[in-house]
Design a protein around this ligand. Structure first.
Ligand code: KG4
Ligand code: ZN
Length: 335
């Protein structure tokens, strides 16, 4: 069975994983920089790159140690090529190239978004394409039909903010810390999700695209009006009502696409797939429509190298191998 060493450095996590085949994780080391970026209220690209450089070699060694393997055991090297921060991506890509060259083993550049989808293959050993997939992260919101392990049909996307970005911006407006998604999720549990009637933005009747900037403005206006009137803001209610407005649209469009494609499976992917409100609502709707719902455990939802290793393996099996001219692509599209 192919042993893959995978590296992920597209944003603020330095991660290295070792996989056996496409689904079995031998180690998955994730070093988060969140504490460093927190004081700036978001990720500072230059700081992220420097931190990746400081950490990457230690993380790679730790991943090998935890897997009980050495470099000589590695058959394949996978690395995130994009999308992401250019300087951050370069650290992982340079390391991966160096290892591939030194070991004389194949190198596969991976699309980070495809990696998020593949986290589902690690979590659910029997999951096979085709299925409908909602990818919701800090940087991206995609609705896709996964036709095979390496072929994705892009059906819908956000026209402005990504879903995770909307969570982070609302959290910031509420005075919560970064990243806001998990905090809003937690507060929403004790709030009333129907307390404030924020807009559900469906766009044109047949559209599978998303838009979150109008909702963001509506929440900011609500907060301003409340403070101007000297009224108390119930943070839990704002969090719950905002979250409900986001997830209703995400879920309804995903269910509609699955039904249109006669898909009996839906997978969630990306950091926002960790959201409990989203998971619960799509499970409920899936049951009603006889569609089976899949999502990765929280650690595999947010950025990690194991998902990159899985995607690298499936691309390798498909003959999609990179050469040493492989370069980072900060705006890489899903194709
Ligand atoms: O996939 P990810 O780790 O990084 C990107 O590729 O962007 O996603 C990070 C995003 C952040 O915006 C974070 O706030 C959001 O995922 N997130 C959540 C939750 N956990 C992480 N959003 C809502 N609810 C959560 N539980
Ligand atoms: Zn990500």
């Amino acid at each position: 069975m192919t042993i893959t060493l995978a590296i992920e450095t597209s944003c603020d996590e330095t991660s290295c994983a070792i996989l056996k085949g496409g689904r079995e994780v031998l180690s998955n080391i994730i070093s988060s920089q969140i504490e460093i970026h927190k004081k700036f209220g978001g990720v500072v690209p230059e700081v992220a790159s420097r931190k990746h450089i400081e950490t990457i070699n230690l993380i790679i060694q730790q991943a090998l140690d935890e897997a009980g393997l050495g470099f000589k055991d590695i058959d394949l090297i996978g690395v995130t090529q994009g999308p992401g921060l250019v300087g951050a991506l370069l650290v992982g890509l340079s390391s991966a190239k160096a290892i591939a060259y030194a070991l004389d083993k194949p190198l596969v550049g991976v699309n980070h978004i495809e990696g998020h989808v593949c986290a589902n293959y690690i979590e659910h050993k029997n999951l096979e394409p085709p299925f409908t997939c909602l990818i919701v992260s800090g940087g991206h919101t995609y609705l896709v039909q996964a036709n095979s392990y390496t072929n994705y049909e892009l059906i819908g996307r956000t026209r402005d903010d990504a879903a995770g970005e909307a969570f982070d911006k609302i959290a910031r407006a509420l005075g919560l810390s970064y990243p806001g998604g998990p905090i809003v999720d937690k507060l929403a549990k004790t709030g009333d999700k129907f307390a404030i009637d924020f807009p559900r933005v469906y766009l044109e009747p047949n559209s599978y695209d998303f838009s979150f900037s109008g909702l963001k403005t509506a929440v900011l206006n609500y907060l301003n009006q409340m403070s101007q009137k000297g009224k108390e803001i119930i943070v839990e209610d704002v969090a719950a009502s905002f979250q409900q407005a986001v997830i209703e649209v995400l879920v309804e469009k995903t269910i509609r696409l699955a039904k249109e494609r006669n898909s009996d499976k839906i997978a969630l992917a990306g950091g926002v797939a960790a959201n409990e409100g989203l998971r619960n609502l799509i499970q409920k709707r899936g049951k009603e429509e006889n569609i089976e719902i899949f999502y990765p455990s929280t650690v595999l939802c947010t950025d990690n190298a194991a998902m990159i290793g899985s995607a690298a393996y499936f691309n390798y099996i498909d003959g999609k191998v990179s050469d040493y001219h492989l370069n980072v692509e900060p705006n890489l599209e899903l194709r």
